[in-house]
Design a protein around this ligand. Sequence first.
Ligand SMILES: *Cc1c(COP(=O)(O)O)cnc(C)c1O
Length: 213
Amino acid sequence: MSYPAVVERLEKSCCDANRAPAEVTLVAVTKNHSAAEIEALIAQGQKTFGENRIQEAAAKWGPLREKHPDIRLHFIGHLQTNKAKDAVALFDVIETVDSERLAAALAAEMKKQGKKLPCFIQVNTGEEEQKGGVRPAEAEALHDFCKGDAGLDIRGLMCIPPENDIPDLHFALLHKLSRQLGLQDLSMGMSADFDRAIAFGATHVRVGTALFE
Ligand SMILES: *Cc1c(COP(=O)(O)O)cnc(C)c1O
């Protein structure tokens, strides 16, 4: 699948779900892909990108961002507290807030750097041991901490469903949680299942593999 094919599939999914394509942001995930490959996507009109590792992102995006100041960069990986400073310096959106400790570190860094980045809370909808994200039952408490004590600008929720599960239940759960918390944005859906995510209300789909196949 190429970039135009992904855009077409996204538009068709929106149409099938009775939604306007403008409601869904394609986050092009470019981990493990070179600056030249990223340039090719930018040349085709892509403006929102996602990376999951700070070091890799800093090396590639430092120069790219100088050339393309209108790009928006989302951090979608596991974030260690000691990398909060670099994440706040490089990214426009943090999608993976999953603990009070991280929320507090991000808030302190944003204050220092004079920024207020939109954030998502990552929810571990499959309650997998090895996966980042707060447990669904603890999402509300973390949300309240982020908004209250930390003063973060929480826009929505993000999830990565377990690999071998049917994703629909996870998308439905994330949608339900976001309604309970009064949040607008939902980052869910990847190459294999972003059509389903759009049917369940995704506002951001994170697509990597399909863009480069
Ligand atoms: C790599 C990655 C994606 C993209 O997955 P594909 O299956 O390559 O589309 C989406 N979200 C996160 C958090 C990722 O790490």
